[in-house]
Design a protein around this ligand. Structure first.
Ligand code: ADE
Length: 249
């Protein structure tokens, strides 16, 4: 799977892809990253990529010509590539969409804007528009990298264990249970006894319960759509009783 970034700041992408898991995946040929810089398609002396907004107003707007030319190059490289525009006005990214994009296996062409935003005629060339959250960033590069990172975890071989991506939080709509490693006693904070008991059934139950507890306490909205199993209801009741007990302490 190839990730093509249409960006005025290719160094930002190259830097971000030069470390850790993504670097290893690129080196192993499991995914590839390619940048196209719209500035390379400008024809004026100043290599202008933006201009003032028609109708007036503050800020600058990205011009259609250099971006359209960059899109044409990206499309020539990957005719089946899906054009994804990064914009706060897009559909908010969620794990389900990450899994869908990963499952399609289609190359992605990220359209990264900067300054005040794209001329609408650039956005019209996108197949989909994605936002990574209800806040405004200075550009689309970080959101595009976030999407690539989340998808990369599903590409076979990128993570150590084949199953790890599915086991993580959000795939089951439950948050992760707390994890511990040595030392057993860190400045008086101890690893829960059950994790040292060797009792696999008890450990499994504790982890499930703590995943439910974290979700109930921090993301109760996720519980409604969680894939709950038999026995989860009684774990939740236990948690609620424990929390009530704590409140009365
Ligand atoms: N560009 C600026 N802010 C953004 C956001 N929240 N998501 C995607 N693209 C953006």
């Amino acid at each position: 799977m190839e990730f093509i970034f249409i960006t005025l700041f290719p160094e930002l992408i190259e830097q971000a892809c030069g470390h850790s898991i993504i670097k290893r995946a690129v080196d192993a040929g499991l995914l590839s990253v390619y940048c196209v810089n719209p500035r390379d398609f400008t024809t004026d002396k100043h290599r202008t990529v933006d201009d003032t907004p028609c109708g007036g107003g503050v800020g600058m707007v990205l011009k259609p010509e250099p971006f359209s030319a960059a899109i044409a190059v990206a499309k020539k490289r990957s005719p089946q590539g899906l054009i994804v525009a990064l914009t706060p006005g897009g559909k908010t990214l969620c794990q389900k969409q990450v899994e869908k994009l990963a499952g399609q296996g289609q190359d992605l062409i990220f359209l990264c804007g900067h300054y005040e935003g794209f001329d609408e005629r650039i956005l019209e060339q996108a197949d989909i528009k994605i936002s990574i959250g209800d806040y405004v960033l200075t550009g689309g590069e970080l959101p595009a990298l976030v999407i690539m990172d989340a998808i990369a975890r599903f590409i076979p071989g990128v993570l150590g264990k084949a199953a790890s991506a599915e086991e993580e939080s959000f795939s089951s709509s439950l948050l992760e249970y707390p994890q511990y490693t040595r030392p057993i006693d860190f400045e008086g904070a101890k690893v829960p006894d059950v994790l040292l008991s060797g009792n696999h059934a008890a450990i499994k139950r504790w982890r499930r319960k703590e995943g439910i507890r974290a979700t109930y306490c921090f993301r109760p909205d996720l519980l409604a759509k969680a894939n709950l199993e038999e026995g989860d209801g009684s774990l939740l009741l236990e948690i609620i009783e424990e929390l009530k007990g704590k409140q009365n302490e």
